[in-house]
Design a protein. Structure first.
Length: 498
């Protein structure tokens, strides 16, 4: 097949010219002092000393329930008052939002997300990888952060995938768009770790080129028990060394065991990917044998079958609202799962597991009303207070109460309505998203995009005769796109399948 021959030097010159022009455009913008508020490296929004929302319907997700014609007052990033006529003493220079006809909720919390992860979410080569940490690969430039802010999401629990029966350590972030990875980290959250059961860790959809133990559900249980027993053995070895004195040879450090010992000590919460009821019961038994509690069963689409057992064990469930039939092990999934769990006393939340769904989690909460008749105020808690409790951050976020972080959302109407729009999203009292500001910026962004494209076209058309520059030896055929390999297929199965 004949293909055009492409000069490497001509391509380099074109892109170098384009980058120089783009740099000049950016430099000009910065010199003019008009930094783009949604650019990757833009500074976070300033923190108003006082923020006031007046006359709104406020869904507190707390003891006060839903308040009509109420005010919300924020000072120095914390909520100081919620209720009727509590903003009378607000200073004149406060950022004031007219809340008449609008609704205010606590910021939405996504208890199962994979956004902002650089380099993949699975270390799939071993069945137990408790030593790896999501917080080390957080990508603060992921545009999903800004897009989810536009849907009212303020906190996300970032997890490894489900390739391992015991995966890595999780991280909780606040959507502080414009800050670096460390600035996103929500340090108040309980340390967590991802477990996984079922088809994903036993490699049901991986292909034949990457087989490793285990290949059965029994093997998944065995790998978890083996890892926990090994951690207990190393603990005893360390205790014996400490008792033996300084002359004894110490056991080698083991980061994997350190994380598992935190699980056994109850200082690192287990969040386990799960679907089938029999496997949920299995992990409850494993946890009981080793003296810890599974904090949250993630997805848990069969959990309605064992709701009473989950409630008795003190385990929560973070489920999908209405996902089913996308793989065989969810064949018994029903959309009433969340409502049944809630009714039986299981701490229940909904999650996205998807960067796009993370933009519309208020509508996921509404599905608990549609499927099972959960009261709207309680349904909203599936995305606010309940996940906050599951992540150990309910003393800071999840409800609108004095003393808590000022993470809240202003909606154009009822937050459970498909007609409502997120107008403001605040985190720590800062307006990280404003719909009005976003609309204003779109024209400027479109103009900048047009300038950059024009610069690329001009630079790519400015090259001279390659042969005259002695570039003939540097030409090559344009490569064909590689075919998907078994490895790529395995990566897709492990990282993309829920």
């Amino acid at each position: 097949m004949n293909r055009p021959r492409v000069s490497i030097f001509s391509v380099r010159r074109a892109w170098a010219g384009a980058l120089m022009i783009a740099g000049a455009l950016c430099a000009g913008t910065l010199a003019a002092g008009s930094a783009d508020p949604v650019a990757w490296h833009a500074p976070p929004p300033p923190e108003p000393a006082v923020v006031v929302v007046r006359g709104a319907t406020i869904w507190t997700s707390g003891p006060d329930g839903q308040l009509e014609n109420a005010d919300l007052v924020v000072r120095d990033g914390r909520i100081v008052a919620v209720g009727a006529d509590v903003a009378a003493d607000a200073p004149a220079d406060a950022l004031t939002i007219d809340g008449r006809g609008k609704h205010v909720t606590a910021g939405i919390i996504d208890p199962h997300s994979h956004i902002s992860t650089a380099g993949g979410v699975n270390e799939a080569t071993n069945i137990v990888t408790a030593e790896v940490r999501i917080e080390d690969v957080i990508d603060a430039h992921d545009i999903a952060i800004y897009r989810q802010l536009a849907g009212g999401t303020t906190v996300a629990h970032i997890m490894h995938g489900s390739a391992n029966s015991i995966g890595g350590q999780t991280a909780v972030i606040k959507m502080r768009w414009g800050q670096d990875a460390r600035g996103l980290h929500f340090k108040a959250a309980n340390p967590g770790i991802k477990f996984a059961l079922g088809e994903n860790p036993k490699q049901s959809n991986w292909g034949v080129s990457q087989l490793r133990y285990p290949q059965t559900r029994a093997g998944v249980e065995g790998s978890i028990r083996d890892a926990l027993a090994a951690a207990e053995d190393l603990r005893r070895t360390r205790e014996q060394h400490a008792a033996a004195g300084r002359d004894a040879i110490p056991p080698r450090p083991d980061l994997q065991v350190d994380a598992l010992l935190e699980v056994l000590d109850g200082t690192r919460d287990v969040h386990s990917h799960s679907y089938r009821a029999d496997e949920i019961l299995m992990l409850l038994d494993v946890a009981a044998d080793h003296g810890f509690v599974v904090k949250v069963f993630q997805h848990g689409l069969d959990a309605y079958k064992v709701a009473d057992e989950l409630a008795a064990a003190g385990s929560g469930v973070s489920s999908f609202s209405d996902w089913w039939a996308y793989k065989f092990e969810v064949i018994d999934a029903i959309p009433h799962n969340g409502a049944i769990l809630h009714e039986r006393g299981v701490l229940t939340s909904f999650n996205s597991d998807d960067d796009e769904l993370g933009r519309r989690l208020n509508l996921e909460a509404a599905k608990a009303v549609r499927y099972g008749g959960v009261a709207p105020r309680e349904a909203l808690k599936f995305m606010t207070l309940n996940p906050a409790i599951q992540l150990g951050i309910d003393d800071r976020v999840g409800s609108l109460e004095p003393g808590k972080d000022a993470d809240f959302v202003v909606w154009s109407g009822d937050p459970l309505s498909t007609y409502s729009i997120c107008e403001w999203t605040f985190i720590d009292g800062r307006p990280y998203f404003s719909r009005a500001r976003d609309l204003e910026n779109r024209a400027a962004i479109a103009e900048e995009r047009a300038q950059l494209l024009a610069a690329v076209r001009a630079a790519s058309g400015s090259g001279g005769d390659d042969a005259a520059d002695g570039d003939e030896a540097e030409t090559s055929e344009a490569p064909e796109a590689p075919e998907a390999s078994d490895t790529q297929d395995a990566s897709y199965a492990a990282e993309v399948l829920p």
